[in-house]
Design a protein around this ligand. Structure first.
Ligand code: ADP
Ligand code: ASP
Ligand code: MG
Length: 416
């Protein structure tokens, strides 16, 4: 039993869907679960729809229409017969989405987000499942929400492992080709929940864990895990084999090629993770598994742009101690801030955060009531694993360093 995951980049157009078929033909498709994300940038496009809805913008209809048009073009490229069932199935999802916005009464942004954002995945898997059937790869479309059960912490739901295991053990047919959605789950009341942006890698790992799969392969637009993001660094090198620990560290610090939550369930059952190129399915890519790397450790570079550095000190020059720090952390948790680095001294505390859920204003307001606050927006956080002096120098060149922190294996540098 294998689990494959195809992300948005791999199915951004009809050509991508056809390529997915050729990957499955190259690798074989028996006893395989294929987890698929929304096509291309659909999730971002639905985020625009949700924003328009909450801001009562006239553009609400046209933004929904943009999403419909994008998928219709792909459908027309893939299916010659416009009376094919897929057109009705996709239309039914769009009708449901439009209906939701018409009838919704909830003012809760996170709830509304989770009830609507997942249509990208529901539609992409519907198109792909029909297309696979059309070209002879018979498959079973699953609604992932019947399998992955979570709490109702909308937009970053936590998996209820016991219930998920039970659902998967009793309802999943391992012997066929199954297609399902990444990113989604459902809560105790069967409302849709999501696992956090880019969460489809994690979905693949959840299934692999519960199915005791032999392996997970995530198909990417890069040859595997590289020692740096090729969008920002030249001459990035492929890491052929890395340990779970190294991959967890890289993902944790922001190497966005693997969603950070993916590795833990795999490590617990020692299920290998392959990161491979969907353009070269025969290449080995990267294998993440138990044990040591086969290559010597080279510096690995990770950059997170658009971060925020907040520095706090007490209003009365008193020490920043456990009590204030725990208060600061509960506010960071309340506003769903992702904490990248912290540094504290006697009377000050600095934290570099990722404002994923757009709550900065509220957080700052809250903090300013209790602390003297300075903040820098738009800073970059560079992390080097297995750093050398030369690699640090290179990183700091032409930049203003706002914060720097070294441990034995890792240096983190916040720059402007
Ligand atoms: P998906 O289509 O599955 O959502 P992503 O776009 O999230 O895939 O992940 C692939 C991207 O991750 C690559 O295009 C690359 O720019 C980026 N990336 C960041 N860090 C690394 C790294 N260390 N190695 C390879 N790719 C990386
Ligand atoms: N479609 C979702 C996103 O863009 C989940 C994923 O792609 O992994 O965040
Ligand atoms: Mg992605």
């Amino acid at each position: 039993m294998r689990v494959f995951k195809f992300g948005g980049a791999s199915v951004k157009d009809a050509k991508g869907v056809k390529n997915l078929v050729s990957v499955l033909k190259t690798t074989g498709h028996d006893k395989t679960l294929v987890v698929v994300s929304a096509m291309g940038k659909t999730t971002n496009a639905i985020e625009v729809v949700i924003k328009n809805y909450f801001e009562n913008k006239d553009e609400l209809q046209s933004s929904i229409h943009d999403v419909i048009k994008f998928h219709n073009e792909i459908l027309l490229d893939l299916f010659a017969n416009e009376r094919h069932q897929v057109f009705a199935d996709v239309k039914a999802f769009f009708d449901e989405l439009t209906m939701f916005f018409k009838s919704n009464k909830s003012p809760d942004y996170n709830y509304v987000y989770d009830q609507t954002i997942g249509f990208g995945e529901l539609i992409s898997t519907t198109i792909i499942s029909h297309y696979l059937n059309e070209v002879g790869l018979k498959n079973n479309w699953l609604d992932v929400r019947e399998y992955i059960k979570t709490d109702n912490y909308y937009r970053r739901a936590n998996v209820d492992w016991e219930q998920t295991q039970e659902q998967i053990s009793s309802n999943f047919n391992k012997s066929i080709l199954n297609i399902t959605q990444g990113f989604l789950g459902s809560d105790a009341n069967n409302f849709t929940t999501t696992l956090g942006r880019e969460g489809s890698d994690y979905t693949a790992a959840i299934f692999a864990y519960c199915l005791n799969a032999n392996s997970v392969t995530i198909w990417k637009d890069v040859p595997g895990v590289l020692n740096a993001d090729p969008r920002y660094f030249e001459n990035a090198q492929l890491l052929h084999q890395i340990s779970y620990r190294e991959a967890i560290e890289l993902a944790f610090y922001g190497a966005s090629v693997i969603h950070p939550k993916t590795l833990q369930p795999l490590q617990r059952k020692e299920i290998p993770l392959y990161v491979k190129s969907f353009l070269n399915p025969k290449e080995n890519g990267t294998c993440v598994s138990k044990g040591k790397a086969i290559e010597p450790e080279i510096p690995c570079f990770i950059v997170k742009k658009n971060q925020i550095l907040i520095s706090l000190s007490s209003l009365d020059f008193s020490y920043i101690v456990e009590e204030n720090i725990s208060e600061i952390f509960s506010l960071l948790h309340l506003y769903k801030m992702k904490v990248d680095v912290i540094q504290n001294s006697a009377i000050s505390f600095s934290v570099c955060i990722d404002n994923i859920y757009d709550n900065l204003e509220k957080l700052l307001q809250h903090l300013k009531a209790k602390f003297k606050v300075t903040s820098h927006e738009n800073v970059s956080l560079y992390t080097i694993r297995h750093y050398s002096d030369a690699s640090i120098k290179e990183m700091e060149k032409d930049k203003t360093v706002l914060l720097k922190q070294l441990t034995k294996e890792t240096v983190q540098i916040v720059t402007k």
